[in-house]
Design a protein around this ligand. Structure first.
Ligand code: PMT
Length: 397
């Protein structure tokens, strides 16, 4: 399954370092070429010889040691890696990469690589929850680095909480999903909308919503990794668009409507994850509205419904809409599936913890026209994106 793939496993100094042996062995069994880089601290927990035997390759620890193989000398691990996994990833390596510090072989390789980088953190709960660590993780996620959520349980230090290295089997599955996916959307044109819309009140004020764009960008990333030719139409967000997608920034609902319609005809799949404002101020002011005595009334008029219009225009395309609800989730989502002539509705209850706006995870139901209502339990937005794409593939057969 992984024949021909080059995986670099970075092992940092934590009690869970021994679990990386199992990870390396699983990658090898799947046919991958594996190279291990250990930090000096990692060698306090596991001997490099163990990784050498399992990977059948020399293990690199010190960046200044003499290369033992010409292959390592001339084609650096950074260049030949298809994916770089750091497991366990300590707060230290996360902090170094987030702040551009490259002072050993592992941090240098990560910094010099254009491959996808996946961190599987493992550390004490309080350390993991520390705002500095969380800020570093957030920063790296926004830059396109991937994280595998640590598990909860009893930690080596005796504390109970989040911070345990995720199970090796799950780490291997996640790496394959993130970085080495099947190309089952190869050649398909897929348009995804993401983020909020912004409606001008006056030059300094606007109406918008809480969408961060994470859900839509995850769909764009997953679709692109699976071979699709992706157009990402996005309202303003703080996220870097995945490399290689055709990125179309938009602002208002009308602007998003025009952009989507312009690119609609050539699409095979359209996924509408954007949170589109239903209303806009009727007469946006050219100059700042000055404060006056009494209340201010702004008249709002309806925006065009992009999904509804796509439902009318669609021919062979697979049309996927979202439903963001706070109550009667399945009832309202079913109404949207029928009214908007969508093939699939992804319904999320935005009041649930770990779901909806801004979070890194989501909890969704997939509702199709055959009446199936499949629940996807809480998972990262990238995993949810892949489940949505699996369903799209199923519908297109
Ligand atoms: O961006 P994140 O922070 O990651 O949050 C993700 C999300 C909550 C925004 C996402 O999961 C989601 O639910 N997106 C749809 C939000 C929304 O507008 O839902 P709705 O139920 O109001 O709209 C139903 C569908 O019609 C949506 O596909 C929407 O894009 C579309 N729509 C709505 C209004 C409109 N004028 N035009 C539309 O096309």
């Amino acid at each position: 399954m992984l024949k021909g793939k080059n995986i670099v496993v970075g092992v940092t100094g934590g009690v869970a370092a021994y679990k990386a042996c199992d990870i390396v062995s699983r990658f090898k069994k799947l046919g991958a070429e594996v190279n291990v880089i250990m930090t000096k601290a990692a060698t306090e927990f596991v001997q490099p010889q163990a990784f050498q035997a399992l990977s059948q390759n020399p293990v690199t620890v010190d960046m200044f040691e003499t290369p033992r193989y010409w292959d390592i000398e001339h084609i650096s691990l950074a260049q030949k890696a298809d994916v770089l996994l750091v497991a366990p990833a300590t707060a230290n390596i996360i902090g170094k990469v987030a702040n551009g510090i490259a002072d050993d072989m592992l941090s240098t390789t990560i910094m010099a690589s254009t491959a996808k980088v996946v961190f599987a953190p493992a550390m004490n709960t309080k350390m993991y929850e520390n705002v500095i660590v969380q800020d570093n993780i957030k920063k790296l996620k926004n830059l396109g680095y991937h994280f595998i959520q640590p598990a909860s349980g009893r930690l080596a230090c005796g504390d109970i909480g989040v911070g345990k290295l995720c199970e090796p089997e799950k780490i291997v599955e996640a790496v394959i999903e993130i970085a080495l996916p099947v190309q089952d959307l190869a050649g398909k044109n897929l348009l995804v909308t993401a983020g909020p819309t912004v409606e001008t009140i006056d030059p300094v004020r606007f109406i918008s919503n809480r969408s961060s764009g994470k859900m839509g960008y995850a769909i764009a990333e997953a679709a692109q990794a699976r071979g699709a030719i992706v157009t990402l139409v996005s309202g303003p967000t703080n996220i870097k668009p995945p490399a290689g997608v055709d990125f179309m920034p938009t602002t208002s609902a009308i602007n998003m409507y025009d952009t989507v319609m312009e690119h609609f005809n050539k699409q095979d799949i359209i996924i509408k994850a954007a949170a589109v404002g239903d209303y806009r101020p009727e007469n946006p002011a050219d100059m700042k509205i000055k404060k006056q005595e009494g209340n201010l009334t702004i008249n709002l008029v309806r925006n065009p419904d992009i999904l509804l219009e796509l439902g009318k225009r669609k021919t062979n395309q697979i049309l996927v809409g979202f439903a963001a609800e706070t109550n009667n989730l399945l009832e309202y989502a079913t109404g949207k599936l029928n009214k908007k002539n969508a093939d699939l509705i992804v319904a999320n209850d935005v009041t649930e913890n770990g779901a909806g706006f801004g979070s890194d995870t989501n909890i969704v139901y997939l509702l199709d026209r055959q009446g199936e209502q499949r629940k996807i339990e809480m998972a990262s937005k990238l995993e949810i994106a892949n489940k949505i794409l699996d369903k799209v593939i199923e519908l297109s057969k």
